[in-house]
Write a protein that binds this ligand. Structure first.
Ligand code: SAM
Ligand code: SF4
Length: 302
């Protein structure tokens, strides 16, 4: 009840009083990674940086003070992160989730490549990046990655496990198979679909307009047929038209180097016109009180 009240007050202040404060935060805890995915501009193998527990605690406190109540730990690969807590004990990303909840965050999410076992994670929900089925996933993420993903999702025991696919020029043909795979899976609850965003060095993987439209139409079609797709219809339609007022300040970001941004890095890089993050459509729909989006958001977060 307390959470619903908080969300209602936050929304009223934002819509009627023009208050621009984040509701969710993405904190990059490290850029260390065990993969070198072709679409990714985050990993840093030459000089990987990891934040300390104290730094992340301070960043969580900052986000909370801004009004944020949902946090997503990102990397690099979050399950590789290790730190030392206030008692001098070694800790991992699960301890960061516990810390966030002690501080008052409503829920904590981790996005992972599922290459390491993550049994017993205490995150409220886990997003597993699955960029197609079998060879398509491996075309983006490398040999052996799909089998490891399958093994680790089968043993993790997480109740709130979803898949996240980023559609690009290498894997777009696998989109229907990925949707079917998630529907059949006893481990995944749903699939979230995003499109490639052309960060520097990955421009050639962005879908040309016709393929982008086709991918979004495919997702909308499966969604209408009742498949477990996390994106809302309203959000997908906005992404399809690509002409809508962005509300991306709903999420704030703190990058591995400690830079704090009140909006997505895509906006900082002038990439909004080519944005593939479907969260943009979802956030705009939350603002417009689209009922299906609100329901999807509540299902995911509360
Ligand atoms: C940077 S990764 C970090 C977490 C973890 N290593 C993983 O792969 O899930 C977070 C998410 O961003 C997605 N991503 C990476 N590059 C992207 C791009 N250019 N456009 C859209 N999403 C991208 C990944 O597929 C993944 O789902
Ligand atoms: S696993 Fe995640 S962080 Fe690592 S290279 Fe792939 S997308 Fe980037």
């Amino acid at each position: 009840m307390k959470k619903f009240l908080y969300l209602a007050i936050w929304w009223t202040r934002a819509v009627f009083f023009g208050r621009r404060k984040p509701l969710q935060s993405v904190i990059f805890i490290s850029d260390r990674c065990n993969l070198s995915c072709k679409h990714c501009a985050v990993y840093n193998h030459s000089n990987p940086q990891s934040k300390t527990y104290a730094q992340i605690r301070e960043e969580l406190a900052y986000c909370y003070a801004q009004g944020s109540r949902f946090v997503d730990f990102e990397g690099g690969e979050p399950f590789l992160w290790r730190g030392t807590d206030e008692n001098g004990t070694e800790c991992n990303v699960n301890d960061l989730c516990r810390l966030a909840r002690r501080m008052g965050f409503f829920s904590c999410t981790i996005t992972t490549n599922a290459q390491e076992p993550f049994d017993g994670s205490v995150a409220d929900s886990i997003w597993v990046s699955m960029d197609g089925v079998g060879d398509y996933h491996e075309l983006v993420r490398g040999k052996g990655t799909f089998a490891r993903l399958e093994k680790n999702i089968a043993t993790c025991g997480c109740k709130n496990l979803s898949a996240n696919m980023v559609v690009n020029t290498l894997n777009h043909e696998s989109l229907p198979a990925a949707i079917e795979y998630v529907k059949q899976s006893p481990y995944f609850k749903s699939l979230s679909v995003n499109l490639h965003t052309p960060f520097p060095g990955t421009e050639e993987m962005a879908l040309p307009k016709a393929l982008r439209d086709k991918a979004l139409d495919t997702v909308l079609d499966y969604k209408k047929r009742g498949y477990p797709i996390m994106n809302s219809k309203s959000g997908l339609k906005k992404m399809r038209s690509n002409h809508f007022k962005k509300r991306c300040w709903i999420t704030n970001f703190i990058y591995t180097d400690g830079t704090r941004s009140a909006q997505c890095i895509g906006a900082d890089m002038n990439l909004c016109a080519q944005c593939g993050f479907c969260m943009a459509g979802e956030e705009a729909s939350v603002f417009g009180l689209c009922p299906d989006t609100l329901l999807a958001g509540l299902k995911l977060r509360v």
